[in-house]
Design a protein around this ligand. Sequence first.
Ligand SMILES: NC(=O)c1ccc[n+]([C@@H]2O[C@H](COP(=O)([O-])OP(=O)(O)OC[C@H]3O[C@@H](n4cnc5c(N)ncnc54)[C@H](OP(=O)(O)O)[C@@H]3O)[C@@H](O)[C@H]2O)c1
Length: 334
Amino acid sequence: MRALILDRYGRKDSLRLGDMPEPELRDRDVLVEVHAAGVNPLDSKIAAGEFKLILPYRLPLILGNDVAGVVVRTGPGVRRFKPGDEVYARPNQDRIGSFAEYIAMDEADVAMKPNTLTMAEAASIPLVALTAWQALVGIARLKRGQKVFIHAGSGGVGTIAIQLAKHIGAMVATTTSAANMDLVKSLGADIVIDYKKDDFAAVLSGYDVVLNSLGKEALEKSLAVLKPGGQLISISGPPDPAFAREIGANFIVRQIMRAMSAGIRRKAKRRGIRYAFLFMRANGRQLGEITELVEAGVIRPVVDRIFPFEAALDALAYVETGRAKGKVVIGGPA
Ligand SMILES: NC(=O)c1ccc[n+]([C@@H]2O[C@H](COP(=O)([O-])OP(=O)(O)OC[C@H]3O[C@@H](n4cnc5c(N)ncnc54)[C@H](OP(=O)(O)O)[C@@H]3O)[C@@H](O)[C@H]2O)c1
């Protein structure tokens, strides 16, 4: 089958469109014909080798962390899906590979596709919506009336996190540049800061939750936005000891992660703020709940551009610019 294949970490020319064997079906797997695949910054980071510590893949590797498509076959242990079902998923991190004609996934990672969405729209949702869910519902336990600051509201994660936080009943502040102000307001953001003009830390204070997806400077400045007892969640690092334990990291990796996050954990503690690093996980049950929110019109996808499969490398390059408005999607191989 056709696929976007990574042969070696860290080299631009080691990503290529080529042929790979069709995936093998395990007992509880569904085999899905890929109709569309969402692109994430994670794809390029994996290709660059940035995730070798957390995700030790064997190469060659098919990239792709989001999929929408049709079930074509099921393993003998599959209970929830049948051939012909339209589904979507963020495959388990150990079994990525949606930039291909077919992908096999455990049914536990899969949910029925929202019937109100096209395949491309559906493929834009799973990874970022699960991230927003696991941060705001899971870690923060965000409540009606609380104040949440979501960095980079016009990005893949931001566009969904704003809508989820508004649905919960929170007051939402976000940052973006002038060109995307109307977009984030249309998603429900109450306070929008143009990060090129204004300093968010000078404008916002007394917040319950911050969702950080930017670098070290934004992370540390976020402490000033939070009230004592507040929660700082970062999806862009640094990983903390709790995460190291969660992934069963060995002693050396645990020490590395402890050291990487020592500074922010110390500064947060001094202010009575909790710090947590989140690396989202595949979860078909949570994705099913997201399906309901999408079908109810609570969450709508924001798709910036759709690339044909043969232009998959261009799609990755566009996401790497960091300027996408919402999501970038690759159509399935013709
Ligand atoms: N740990 C996890 O589980 C997890 C999950 C998902 C994503 N992530 C990470 O989170 C980060 C964001 O992911 P994403 O998919 O949302 O990225 P994305 O869609 O590529 O983000 C692009 C958006 O970010 C905005 N932006 C860039 N710099 C900004 C700044 N300084 N202030 C405010 N907005 C800014 C851009 O708006 P302008 O064009 O207006 O600048 C653009 O709309 C990535 O590093 C990704 O790897 C982690």
